[in-house]
Design a protein around this ligand. Sequence first.
Ligand SMILES: Nc1ncnc2c1ncn2[C@@H]1O[C@H](COP(=O)(O)OP(=O)(O)OP(=O)(O)O)[C@@H](O)[C@H]1O
Ligand SMILES: [Mg+2]
Length: 257
Amino acid sequence: MSAPPLLAVEGLSCRFGGLLALNNVSLAVQEGEIFGLIGPNGAGKTTLFNAISALTTPSSGQVLWRGQPIRHPRPDRLSRLGLARTFQNLRLFDSLSVRDNVLVGLHRFAASPLAAGLLGTAGVRRRQRQLEQRALELLALVGLEDGADLAAASLPYGERRRLELARALATEPRLLLLDEPAAGMNPAEKNDLCELIRAIRDRFDLTVMIIEHHVPLMMRLCDRLAVLNFGERIALGTPEVVRHDPKVIEAYLGSPR
Ligand SMILES: Nc1ncnc2c1ncn2[C@@H]1O[C@H](COP(=O)(O)OP(=O)(O)OP(=O)(O)O)[C@@H](O)[C@H]1O
Ligand SMILES: [Mg+2]
């Protein structure tokens, strides 16, 4: 029997008052995949990420992690399971340094009060140095090692996006959810980010779910994609399949008269 998918969404619906933001959406993401989520504005993409990461409670349906329903999901529990995400509207600690923003992501590896008692002061200091070293390695990976001491707020927008990526990676996720990580970047920066995401997937053996509006870029980056429109999953498959799906063409171009 084949292993269950890393993540599966089954019959997920999310209602906000009279609006059905997600309508009975199902999909499964296999370990190691780069899985894309596309669709027009307001299609429900971020809502799907919010439901997966326990920031929104679905009206019905469930989310499975390696075949098991996630019971009483809470963002901190999901982080321990191995789920990390970035946000469409960046959520950095602006007044903290770039390095400290990554250290926030590393906090669960810091010495607990109990471990600190066992390690002693020298041990705690050594652990802290290791974490700082790890933060610098992650910053180097996203090309931000020179800005480690700057305030996060002082970085240009594209670099702030990469910082959020480094912070998400710090939690050592198995599944990384990226909500429009290339928003506000120019075409060259978007291409670089694409390469970086692929390199990160390969290096950490990660699974990635990504939302991005630039369809040609998604077609190049993703192994498979799902297309949402008005809360419904209207297509699912390889870029080749999705590209030629009449429903997708209609959603993006409007129905032919
Ligand atoms: N907390 C909420 N309360 C009420 N309505 C909401 C809430 N969150 C999302 N919505 C609505 O649900 C719909 C889907 O929103 P969502 O943010 O998931 O879309 P999206 O596909 O991510 O769009 P975009 O590409 O613009 O980011 C929209 O109509 C939005 O206004
Ligand atoms: Mg969104």
